[in-house]
Design a binder for this molecule. Structure first.
Ligand code: CA
Length: 222
C-alpha cells in the first residue's frame, strides 16, 4: 500500500512518514500543494493524507483537483479547525474522511486502515498461492507449515505479487507500488529483492511459484 502525505509542517510530515513506514506502508511526502498535486498525478497511490492549510495550493482546492483528475486514491484530510463547516467543505470537495489536528497516531492509523479496507471489499485477511500463505493482519508468511521471515520490503513485494497472482508484473509496476519516490530506475534492486524472495520461498521447494519472464517482468504462478 502506497501513501502520499501532503503536509507542509516538516515535523508532522516526518513523524507521520516514520510511523507509517513502521507499519509497512510505502510513503512519499510533499511539502506544498503544488508538489502534492504533481506527485498525485504522477504516481499511483492507494491513499493520500492531505493537510488543509498548505502553501501554493490549499488542501480543499487540491482535493477538488485530484477528484477532477479522476485519481481514485482515498483522501484523508487533516484539519486544524474543528468547525463543522470546514469538515463539510472538505467532504464535499471529495475527501473520504477527515481528522482534526492534533490527533493520536493510533486513531490516525485506524482511520487509514478503515479507508484501505473499503478498497476492494471484501478485503481478504489472507492471500494464498498453493501452499504459500500470507496473513495480511499479522504479516505472517508460511510455506507448507513453515514460517518464513521476511524484511518489510520483501513482505511488501510478496504481497504485491500475491495480490496480482497469475498476471505479469513489470518492474515499473513494482517500482510504483513497492518502492517510494527515491527509487532509482537504473539499479537492479528489484531483481535483487526478487532473488531474496526466491531464496526464502522457492529454494527448498520443488514447485516454484515466482517466475521471471525475460524482458517483461515477473509472475507468481498459482
Ligand atoms: Ca499546514
Amino acid at each position: 500500500m502506497r501513501i502520499l502525505v501532503i503536509e507542509d509542517e516538516k515535523k508532522i510530515a516526518d513523524f507521520i512518514k516514520r510511523g507509517l513506514k513502521e507499519e509497512g506502508y510505502i510513503v512519499d511526502i510533499a511539502y506544498d500543494g503544488e508538489e502534492g498535486y504533481f506527485l498525485a498525478k504522477t504516481n499511483e497511490y492507494d491513499l493520500i493524507v492531505l493537510d488543509v492549510m498548505l502553501p501554493k495550493m490549499d488542501g480543499i482546492n487540491l482535493c477538488r483537483k485530484i477528484r477532477e483528475e479522476k485519481i481514485s486514491a482515498f483522501i484523508l484530510m487533516l484539519t486544524a479547525r474543528s468547525a463543522v463547516k470546514d469538515k463539510v467543505i472538505g467532504l464535499d470537495a471529495g475527501a473520504d474522511d477527515y481528522l482534526t489536528k492534533p490527533f493520536a497516531f493510533e486513531e490516525f492509523l485506524a482511520r487509514i486502515r478503515a479507508l484501505l479496507r473499503k478498497k476492494d471489499l471484501p478485503e481478504p485477511t489472507k492471500l494464498v498461492a498453493e501452499d504459500l500463505e500470507l496473513d495480511l493482519l499479522t504479516h505472517k508468511v508460511t510455506r507448507g507449515n513453515k514460517e518464513i521471515l521476511l524484511t518489510n520490503k520483501e513482505y511488501a513485494l510478496l504481497e504485491y505479487l500475491m495480490r496480482n497472482a497469475g498476471t505479469v508484473i513489470t518492474r515499473t509496476m513494482i517500482s510504483e507500488h513497492v518502492w517510494d519516490i527515491n527509487f532509482d530506475t537504473f539499479t537492479n534492486v528489484i531483481d535483487v529483492y526478487i532473488n531474496y524472495l526466491r531464496n526464502k520461498i522457492d529454494h527448498d521447494h520443488k514447485k516454484k511459484l515466482i517466475y521471471t519472464l525475460r524482458g517483461r517482468g515477473y509472475i507468481l504462478r498459482n
